[in-house]
Every structure is written in structure tokens, then in C-alpha cells.
Design a protein around this ligand. Structure first.
Ligand code: 6GU
Length: 255
């Protein structure tokens, strides 16, 4: 998959995209990331990317001309069949695992990092396929959100994770066994948070790994993990359980 990122802070991406899984995926040719400096698409001496809002109000707005030029140039270089233009903005649709999965089916994603008070609306009207927000809080720009997008999508691509089941086992993967109302339109699928993990040493400063995990009894381990996942979800994200139909066994585990 190919990611193109348009930003006024290209250096921002040097660190975040040069580590771990995203870095390895690039080295292995599974993804390609190109970062484009919006200022390269300006035509004035001062490389102006923003201007005051019509109608008044605080802050500055990203001008349409450099963005149109950048997007059109990148689109013209398109080498695959499915590309989406995505604007990262707090006004966007919330980025959740389901949307990450959907995005991982694309061949190319062109990410535009919003800045200042906003982006001239004609960019959205004419060129943007999806507006995406990573959560209900305000960041000073879309750069962090673009990194979140690249990471969450990359790890879903075939061949990226060594252990193909580790992306499936964890929090926010649909829990078939929770018997949720998938068939009921309008009701979102339910998820459980992940169960707790332990590794060596067995005794760390007097805090010990739960005995069940050392038992080798896989049935017991599975039940313990489910119980802890249910408890953690109830404690930290009760909203995730509101549409879940828990089995009798689950209810018993929760006490
Ligand atoms: Cl995508 N951009 C900004 N500026 N703030 C955000 C966001 C994006 N997602 C959540 N907050």
C-alpha cells in the first residue's frame, strides 16, 4: 500500500515513521510512504499556505491553491486502481478499527494534514473522499493523526505482522463468541478489551504471575483470560458492553 502525506511540517514524520513495524514494512516493500511539503506547491515568494478567513474570526485557513496543486499532482502519479483522498480534521468521521480495516483494502491513501483553524472547504467539496478524525479532542494539526492512520492501517496489511493471529486476538477485534447482534442493523458490533499479559520473571519484586498461566491447562487459561477481558472491559469501557449479549458463561465469569 502507498501512503502520500501532504503537510506543512514534513520533518515531523522523520521520527514516527522510522521505527518498529512501520519502518520494517517500508524496508520490506510492503508499504511506501511519501511525505510532501505543501510549501513546495505555493507560487509566491513567501510560500504562503494560509490566509485570513472570509467572514472574520480567529486564526488562519489553509488556502485552496497549494492543496489543489499538490493533490492533483499526486493523483496524476497514481499507479494503482484504488486511491482515496483523506483529510485529517477534528470535523471528520471517527477513526475506529472498523474504518482502519476498510482503509487497509486500499492500494493508495493520500492523507492531507489539516492545520491552523481549518482548511478551505472547497478542498473537501472538490477533492476529498473522506474526512477522518482520530478522536474527540482537538490537536493542533493532522500530523499526529496521519501517523496514527498509517500505523493502524499498516499493521492490518497481509504479511506485515509475523504472527498473523496477533492482530486478530486482541482488543477491538469483533468478538464472535460474545454473540453480539451483528445481524441487527444500527447496532454496532461489540468488542472486548484484551486480557492481561505476563512474561518472565514469574516473581517480579514479589508480584507473581497468576498461577493459572503456568498450569499448562489451556481450557482454564482460556476461561481466565475471558474473565479478565470481561472485567477489564466492564471497568474501563462499559460502553463497549452495552449492546453485547453475554452468554450465561460470561455472566457467571463476571459474577
Ligand atoms: Cl485528524 N486533526 C486535529 N487537528 N485534531 C484532531 C484530529 C485530527 N483528530 C482528533 N483531533
Amino acid at each position: 500500500m502507498k501512503f502520500d502525506i501532504i503537510t506543512i511540517f514534513p520533518d515531523f514524520f522523520v521520527g514516527p515513521l522510522s521505527h518498529g513495524m512501520v519502518f520494517q514494512a517500508q524496508k520490506r516493500g510492503l508499504i511506501e510512504i511519501r511525505v510532501h511539503d505543501l510549501r513546495d506547491f505555493t507560487s509566491d515568494r513567501h510560500k504562503t499556505v494560509d490566509d485570513r478567513p472570509f467572514g472574520g474570526g480567529p486564526g488562519m485557513v489553509l488556502k485552496p491553491e497549494p492543496l489543489f496543486r499538490a493533490i492533483r499532482k499526486i493523483q496524476a502519479e497514481k499507479t494503482t486502481t484504488s486511491q482515496k483522498v483523506i483529510l485529517l480534521t477534528p470535523q471528520g468521521k471517527r477513526f475506529e478499527q472498523q474504518l482502519a480495516t476498510q482503509m487497509s483494502t486500499l492500494n493508495e491513501a493520500l492523507l492531507i494534514c489539516g492545520r491552523y483553524e481549518g482548511v478551505d472547504e472547497r478542498v473537501s467539496e472538490c477533492l476529498v473522499d473522506e474526512e477522518i478524525s482520530i478522536g474527540d479532542y482537538v490537536l493542533s494539526g493532522g500530523e499526529l493523526a496521519a501517523c496514527v492512520f498509517v500505523d493502524a492501517v499498516t499493521r492490518l496489511l497481509p504479511g506485515v505482522l509475523n504472527n498473523s493471529s496477533s492482530a486478530v486476538n486482541e482488543s477491538f477485534t469483533t468478538l464472535e463468541s460474545a454473540r453480539i447482534s451483528h445481524s441487527n442493523p444500527g447496532i454496532p458490533p461489540a468488542f472486548l478489551l484484551d486480557y492481561p499479559h505476563y512474561t518472565r520473571p514469574e516473581d517480579f519484586e514479589g508480584t507473581c504471575v497468576p498461577e493459572v498461566l503456568l498450569s499448562g491447562d489451556h481450557k482454564r487459561i482460556e476461561r481466565w483470560r475471558r474473565k479478565r477481558a470481561l472485567e477489564k472491559t466492564l471497568k474501563n469501557r462499559p460502553d463497549l458492553l452495552q449492546y453485547a449479549t453475554l452468554s450465561e458463561d460470561d455472566k457467571q465469569l463476571l459474577g
